[in-house]
Design a protein around this ligand. Sequence first.
Ligand code: ASP
Length: 331
Amino acid sequence: MKNRRDFLKKTALASAAITLPSFKGLDQNELSYSNQKVNKPIVLSTWNFGIQANEEAWKILQNNGRALDAVEAGVKIPEGDPNERSVGYGGRPDREGKVTLDSCIMDEFSNIGSVACLEHIKHPISVARAVMEKTPHVMLVGQGALDFALEQGFQKENLLVEASEKEWKEWLKKSEYHPKANIENHDTIGMIALDNQGNLSGACTTSGMAFKMHGRVGDSPIIGAGLYVDNEIGAATATGHGEEVIRITGCHLVVELMRQGKSPQKACEEAVMRIVKLTQNRGKNLKDIQVGFIALNKKGEYGSYCVQGGFNYAVHDATGNKLIDANYFMK
Ligand code: ASP
């Protein structure tokens, strides 16, 4: 009996020793960063439309707002713009002429919310946030996501703008689906931010690949693939051919590489190299593939890398808002 009690006592102590640091995880982290200058607040987002999106996010960040609110407000800019034809309202449809949207969001507490294949709602990112905050689940898809959005008071709208409908009708004539690298028929806004409190959050939203099969879901609403945030380490988001990002659980990989000590730049490079290797191993043509990652760590350092040239991203910190051409593998 004594032995058993001893054993239980030791086990309890051992597990306390194991679990305690995780309760204090943030303290540990703060310790390791406390002596270094942290570049905060800072926000990064993908592609040209990242500039305007960053402006919106910055309004919140510079007023000591929360990174979560900043990334939601930021990505709503391209989502609501009918001239941005790869995100939200105005997005190109699938091959059945339906605009189906994919989005996800993640905060500093690892709360997550996501919607996939959602139709008729202009701001899927806000529905993803409502999934995160108001349901016991983390992901809703299709009709279920739409029913939930309507219940929450979101308006049902027609998202197919004339220009997108015209392109779709043109596409139908041949009905050939060959997504090419850097042909602007996709492009996602992924945004990651570090606020003045030192907390990270991210959002990712898209209409996905133009003329995809109805029901196709890409990487963008999949936590770990199109977006990942670990408040002790850093955050990453992705754009490009979602199938390739999902194959390597891309953004989780980037964050884990940063956990191992890699800089955001090196972590993005290594994730891209994994895609390069798998593409070659599978006998596929790398020239038809584009994937770009952006990453940010707890110190406010950032980086990016992509398979081929043509991907850019926007960075806003105290020094201003600028577009940067990402470095790439296929020279
Ligand atoms: N990653 C998105 C998707 O596969 C598209 C893109 O970012 O270009 O749906």
